[in-house]
Design a protein around this ligand. Structure first.
Ligand SMILES: [Zn+2]
Ligand SMILES: [Zn+2]
Length: 281
């Protein structure tokens, strides 16, 4: 079984409050479970709730795949509960630094005066691994494909295939033309679920061109071109409240079958049968 749980779906800034209760205000964190294996994509503020849920489990290996190092994708790392559990071994992977490890940059954030502790002070053992987006990763036997995304400083898209089902997670990234990039189409071809940076609705995109984010409509075009399953819009703009997001969701569902805006703590189970059914609960 391949499943995806959205722990943080907001982009750029944490947005708590009564107007974001439906979709959630925590920044990016997505859990992918491939059978017994767990992979965590991004360490935005949503990773704190995931870490709380992991408290019931014995300490073990944790893989965190960062799309890039912008604050909204790492800000939850400081209060990720497993980092304070002895016996936990955390590997943080990052692919947008030209092959360099994210260690130096993360150590700068995770040290005084920005944070009272360093990675050497916490009970968990933390390792760092750099790669170049486009390489295939081998996480102890679980293959993870990667793809470079168009974003200031670069970002990495991930694709995980398991038992005939597949999910692609593409954030942060901006489309580069009127049609989906053929290399991205190839990357997500046939995936059952495509989580896509659809931060700005179409009418709001022009003033934000060049910011490195895309639209629900471009996500729908990508899914269609790739023969993929459902579109999950993620990285919601912090200035969009639930009412506005619900309207955007209705609009995109009308043009892309099964498309939705991801909500915090939503779990999508991907199962394969003759019709390649995708069930959400
Ligand atoms: Zn972001
Ligand atoms: Zn970013």
């Amino acid at each position: 079984m391949l499943s995806v749980t959205f722990w943080g779906v907001r982009g750029s800034a944490v947005t708590p409050g009564p107007k974001t209760l439906k979709y959630g205000g925590n920044t990016t964190c997505i859990e992918v479970n491939a059978g017994p294996r767990r992979v965590i994509i991004d360490a935005g503020s949503g990773i704190t709730a995931l870490g709380m849920a992991m408290r019931k489990e014995p300490p073990g290996l944790v893989d965190i795949l960062l799309t890039h190092l912008h604050h909204d994708h790492i800000e939850g790392l400081f209060f990720f509960p497993p980092i304070f559990v002895p016996g936990t071994e955390i590997t943080i992977h990052c692919g947008n630094l030209g092959g360099q490890s994210p260690e130096a940059a993360l150590r700068q954030c995770f040290s005084p005066p920005l944070f009272p502790l360093s990675f050497d002070d916490v009970p968990a053992r933390v390792r760092f691994r750099g790669f170049r987006a486009g390489e295939e990763l081998d996480l102890d036997g679980l293959a993870v494909r990667t793809h470079p995304l168009h974003h200031p400083g670069g970002a990495t898209g991930y694709r995980i295939d398991h038992e005939g089902a597949a999910v692609a997670i593409l954030t942060d990234g901006e489309h580069t033309g009127a049609r989906p990039d053929p290399r991205l189409v190839e990357f997500v071809a046939g995936a059952d679920l495509v989580a896509y940076d659809a931060m700005f609705e179409q009418d709001d995109y022009a003033p934000h061109r060049g910011w490195g984010h895309s639209t629900p409509q471009m996500g729908a075009a990508l899914v269609r071109a790739a023969g993929a399953g459902r579109l999950a819009c993620i990285h919601h703009a912090p200035q969009y409240d639930d009412e506005r997001l619900a309207r955007i969701e209705a609009e995109i569902a009308a043009i892309s079958p099964g498309a939705f805006l991801a909500r915090e703590q939503m779990r999508v189970a991907l199962s394969v049968d003759a019709e390649r059914r995708v069930s959400a609960k």
